[in-house]
Write a new protein. Structure first.
Length: 202
């Protein structure tokens, strides 16, 4: 069985679980919501952490996401689309938080200047964990609309179709933003003398 087939089966089973749990919640079984939280909290926390690279922000966004899910479950017409719906809520909350705080991300040039000063030999036998940290630093420097898609595609392993549904954008737009997002990542990482051959934007 191929990896894609395994992932497809895993998602299908997860969707069936979500539908069953949502049905229980709508029947008045409030404890079923705890099951939903247990099923999704790691994914939503991971998504928010990748977006902000901040544990406190990720925790807050995760909490707000489930509060909003609980308050608006009656607006979910198709339980089979719960996964797209909850990611859309989390994504919107992340963007709202940026607007609310007026937080400005560091520009690539500012990050490049900072990392050149603090990183004399970034390519020397870099460990996987360390490499991931460099990628994350570059990730938060690219435009939000590209960052969201890279996180969804590469870390959450969503399909182009799923991402397009979450963002309410054509798949062609999703693919274009992914391509240019990876290009910006490469530009930043290359400026830090970090090998970018491992980046896959296909």
């Amino acid at each position: 069985m191929s990896r894609l087939t395994r992932e497809s089966n895993k998602k299908r089973l997860a969707k069936q679980t979500d539908i069953a749990v949502l049905k229980e919640i709508r029947r008045g079984n409030n404890s079923a919501f705890n099951t939903l939280v247990a099923e999704w909290q790691d994914s939503i926390h991971r998504f928010a952490y990748r977006f902000f690279y901040d544990t406190d922000d990720a925790r807050e966004i995760t909490q707000k996401t489930f509060i909003r899910v609980y308050s608006n479950l009656d607006q979910l017409d198709d339980p089979g689309k719960f996964s797209s719906w909850i990611y859309r809520i989390a994504k919107n909350l992340c963007l709202d938080e940026l607007k609310r705080t007026g937080r400005k991300k560091s520009s690539p040039l500012e990050l490049v200047k900072h990392e050149r000063i603090h990183n004399e030999n970034p390519s020397a036998k870099m460990e996987t964990k360390e490499l991931g940290e460099w990628i994350q630093k570059a990730l938060i420097a690219i435009p939000e609309e590209q960052r969201v898609i890279i996180i969804m595609k590469e870390y959450e392993e969503l399909t182009f179709k799923e991402i397009a549904e979450i963002l309410d954008e054509p798949e062609s737009t999703v693919k274009s933003r992914l391509y240019y997002g990876f290009k910006k990542l490469r530009d930043i990482l290359n400026s830090w003398n970090i090998n970018t051959n491992y980046l896959n934007d296909e």
